[in-house]
Design a protein around this ligand. Sequence first.
Ligand SMILES: [Zn+2]
Length: 454
Amino acid sequence: MFGHLLRDVRRAGRLHLISMVVGGLIGAGLALGLMGPTPDPASAVPVPKLHPSAAAGLVPPVKPDSAKPAAPETARPPAATPANVSRTVAINRGDTLMQVMVRAGTDRGDAHAAITALSDVYDPRRLMPGQEITLTFDGSGDGLRLVDVALNASAESEVVARRDTGGGFAAEAIKKELAQQAQRANGTIDDNLYMAAKRAGVPLPVLSELAQLYGFDVDFQRDIHPGDAFELFFDSFHDADGAAVKYGPIRYARLSIQGTALRLYRFETADGFVDYFNENGESVRKALMKTPINGARLSSRYGMRKHPILGYSRMHRGVDFAAPTGTPVMAAGNGVIDYVGRRGAYGKYIRIRHNSTYRTAYAHLSRYARGMKRGKRVQQGQVIGYVGSTGRSTGPHLHYEVHRGGKQVNPLTLKLPSGKKLKGTELAAFNMARANIEREMAQTPVTRQLARTE
Ligand SMILES: [Zn+2]
């Protein structure tokens, strides 16, 4: 039985059984580089996704529409007139919108018509317990006659179904007006970047963005030392009550490591893609990320590993990142999925083809992100699956491999071609944008009263 197991593993050429045991033993001793606790993705405030540039010329990137703050519009449901009665009710666990509306005094037929209209712009099944809906009734006749029903569809938009002149209901989604505020944070790293950023009040989505930006150049576990420092300049968006509902993007970041400052400036290039450049106008983005997961602890490196019990050495042909089951795993680069499914000792496995030379593979997943299938195009940083312990694995972790010309190589020491270098008029435009960022930042006081990270 055990022999069969080992044979299987040998055939696969990646000895997980052993690497897992070693990883588990030495893992506890390895300091967490970037983050302590893994952020709960469900509690994170939505943040515009980073958009990979055409750097390294792999797969064409996607236009960064969502990276731009939406132009706020002002449109609100009509204000209550004296004859109108407004009621705000909360959704309880197990409630349907119909039940809540009827309970609040809505005529059943009206509720049905309003919900039907609302369904054009909102899926009522997305209602969460605790969420509030606001009903406006005309109280001038006998009883209450529904005028409109409104609810928050997201941090950024409200949906409302309003009685129209024909007596039926029509629905629309209304973008909420969010106040944009520039924020600046800095700190010295005493222990790790995660703790330092947390003390400086950096919200988790911004910290994740930061980790992703520097993930091409910095090994957060080996490269960061006490006394290193960071500075961040980013936007936050606040609703009418002043609550921060959205963060990002980062406009400037500095990471000072052992006296060397790595500066990044956000810049939209002439072709309309957003990217980050250093002060010389060189893109920091690389074709592949070294660490396609946030908040994970590197638990086993690439290379020869000695089995602690059997005493002989085997090659570990990937790197392992220990993280709780369900932690999102990202595509390390733009590419096309060329394998998704179970694969022997690897368990649930995804492989991405980035170009004719490079592929990356992700093993032991608990599940795949929705829509993952062979031939699907994915973007760098896109969530493709979730950490698990499927296949030959002794605990939840991501086993990550980079294949060059069909052979595994060490992702952590991989030298990848650097990205785009700005030239000529584009470099001039960048220098102007950089001066603007620096001037704005100089006018922004460092805040310590930012939103809590938890
Ligand atoms: Zn592994």
